[in-house]
Design a binder for this molecule. Structure first.
Ligand SMILES: [Zn+2]
Length: 604
């Protein structure tokens, strides 16, 4: 065969094979929604196999913990298309094998999924609405190597007005959606119920805010107007819009959290929070955070985060770039949108710095190690986490701020972290991904200086952060600390319930740590006097440096512990430096991108 013809034939055979992947078709039923169940029927093509193995993901992208979704799956059974029962065995914690297929052309797998965990990475099903996430709901063929379409048909209960998802609808069909592959299916949550919606256009693309549960308390129009400003600012920041339409699924059912997806996000809120300025600001910041992920992590990702292995942990040292840098920009871009005052913005930045400085674990776990260990630590906090962990969100945001200032100083204000993020997106987005060192090298390239040692210290190391240069360059300062409160401090966190004051955390190196007080000790008395729920009030009776006797109950045994009270630590608060030079004031204004930067400016 002539070479050209051979190539054509091979190409035709390959495209025929690629086009041959039949879809898996799921039908979701909600007959048992009032008991928190969704009924799943999956029609699985056989395509010549003698047996089928299906798997369910054990985790969901964006939330780095093995969650064992299969534990909510029950009553699994398989039939041929003609209704004949097929042999089915469980082969792993998250896999099932269907064999003795006979001459069947497809397998119909039926199972029930229990959904009663109100979070952005799990399912919730009840009488009036449901949040369906892909990973905890849909099985797929375990041996698939290429893309296979996954189609969803929804039997929507009569009282529910709509099903919302970023998945494109099957043309002309109500409640039918089609994902081009399993990744997109997992990345496209579905909100079903009777939500209120608001649509608006930014960058020539439609955006839909879907509010479920806000009742007559939550103002959808106001929320949509504010979200639109966030989206406008971020599209201008990145200079591109990488989706056809974007959906914000806002679950207003007294829960918290947010999770980024390819062309959508799920955020959770309390309906009452829109009326409380600090809480509403948190919600806006959450939307800003998840929307920033549309670029940073969903498309510009550490190389280890794709293609995903859905059946085990996917470790990376760069989660701090994915989450910390995003946490820096969520507040900064909210401010550049005009949705926060300067005071509010500096308050949010101060919160990050304070979170770093009050966590003893900052001396133990670097940003890169905290990133790598996310799977075994971040979502599994315990009483000692504060001493041994450092959040890659908080320290990541603080380090991103210092990096931004470092680049601005190195380039005399010509470049910033903004430029690094855009260049990283140009260079590494899509299939390619970035290695941690490649991101650092790119930052050096933009800064025009070798930032290698800087990253080694700030991201790879655990030395104390030096905020001085950033504060100085940006015309800021830590507010002069007022006289230290003249009251004693133990360095513990407590919980009060059932009339008992219990130690929840003991801060490494603090007075209580040195005295040998332990988590779960019940604090009974100080200096022979019974303690009530308010420990802080009692400690006001003693000066720092005073030696007191603590009486604690440790598993019913009374223990006396002498402890020398310390002074309470002061929390750094960032503010405008009144002595900043005119040049520094200009640099500060460029950073905040508010020409009339004025600390008293308010948008309330
Ligand atoms: Zn995030």
């Amino acid at each position: 065969m002539p070479r050209a013809l051979l190539i054509t034939c091979v190409w035709l055979a390959l495209t025929a094979a690629a086009g041959a992947a039949e879809p898996i078709v799921y039908t979701l039923g909600f007959a048992d929604a009032q008991n928190s169940y969704v009924d799943v029927e999956a029609r699985l093509p056989i395509e010549g196999r003698t047996e089928l193995e299906v798997m369910m993901a054990v985790w969901t992208p964006g939330s780095y913990l093995v969650r064992e979704y299969a534990r909510h799956v029950e009553q699994v059974r398989a039939e041929s298309e003609t209704g004949q029962a097929l042999q089915l065995v469980k082969t792993r914690k998250n896999r099932w094998r269907i064999s003795a297929l006979g001459g069947a052309s497809a397998v119909v797998l039926r199972y029930k999924v229990y959904g009663r965990e109100m979070s952005v990475r799990t399912n919730w099903v009840e009488r009036d609405f449901a949040l369906i996430n892909g990973a905890p709901t849909f099985v797929t063929l375990a041996d698939d190597s290429g893309p296979r379409p996954h189609e969803i048909h929804i039997r929507r209960p009569e009282g529910w007005s709509a099903a919302h998802t970023a998945l494109p609808p099957v043309e002309g069909e109500a409640d039918r959606f089609r994902a081009p592959d399993y990744d997109t299916l997992v990345d496209s949550p579905i909100l079903l119920g009777s939500p209120r919606t608001a649509q608006f256009e930014v960058g020539g693309k439609p955006h839909l805010l879907v509010d479920d549960g806000g009742g007559d308390v939550w103002n959808t129009e106001q929320a949509a107007a504010d979200v639109q400003r966030i989206i406008e600012t971020q599209q201008a920041f990145w200079g591109s819009v990488p989706y056809d339409r974007y959906t914000i699924l806002n679950v207003i059912h007294e829960a918290r959290g947010g999770l980024e997806h390819l062309s959508s996000t799920v955020v959770m809120a309390s309906r009452w929070h829109q009326r409380l300025r600090p809480r509403y600001l948190q919600w806006l910041r959450l939307v800003s955070h998840e929307y920033f992920h549309t670029w940073n992590v969903k498309r510009l990702r550490p190389v280890e985060l794709g293609p995903f292995d859905y059946e085990r942990e996917n470790h990376t040292r760069s989660l701090w770039i994915a989450e910390g840098v995003t946490s820096y920009y969520d507040a900064l871009l909210l401010h550049r949108s005009g949705l926060s005052t300067v005071d509010e913005y500096l308050g949010m930045l101060s919160d990050r710095v304070q979170a770093v400085q009050r966590t003893p674990g900052r001396a133990i776990r670097s940003l890169e190690l905290a990133s790598f260990d996310a799977w075994i630590r971040y979502y599994r906090r315990d009483e000692n986490s504060v001493n041994t962990d450092m959040s890659y969100y908080d320290k990541g945001a603080a380090v991103a701020w210092l990096l931004d200032a470092r680049i601005r100083a190195a380039t005399r204000g010509k470049k910033s972290l903004d430029d690094v993020m855009r260049a990283a997106y140009d260079r590494f987005s899509g299939e390619r991904g970035f290695r941690t060192e490649a991101f650092y090298a790119l930052a050096s390239e933009i800064a025009g200086v070798d930032l290698g040692p800087w990253f080694e210290a700030h991201a790879g190391g655990t030395d104390e952060l030096d905020y001085g240069p950033a504060l100085k360059w940006l015309g800021l300062r830590f507010a002069p600390s007022e006289e230290a409160p003249d009251r004693g401090w133990l360095g513990i966190d407590t919980a009060y319930s059932g009339g008992r004051l219990r130690v929840a955390e003991v801060l490494r190196g603090g007075p209580a740590w040195q005295a040998g007080l332990n988590p779960d000790d019940e604090l009974v008395a100080i200096e022979g006097y019974r303690l009530g729920p308010d420990l802080g009030q009692r400690l006001q009776q003693y000066r720092p440096g005073t030696r007191v006797e603590l009486l604690v109950s440790r598993r019913q045994r009374m223990v006396t512990l002498p402890v020398v009270l310390g002074p309470p630590p002061t929390a750094p608060v960032i503010e405008f430096d009144p002595d900043a030079s005119k040049v520094a004031v200009g640099r500060r204004a460029a950073w905040l991108a508010t020409p009339e930067a004025d600390p008293k400016r308010s948008n309330k």
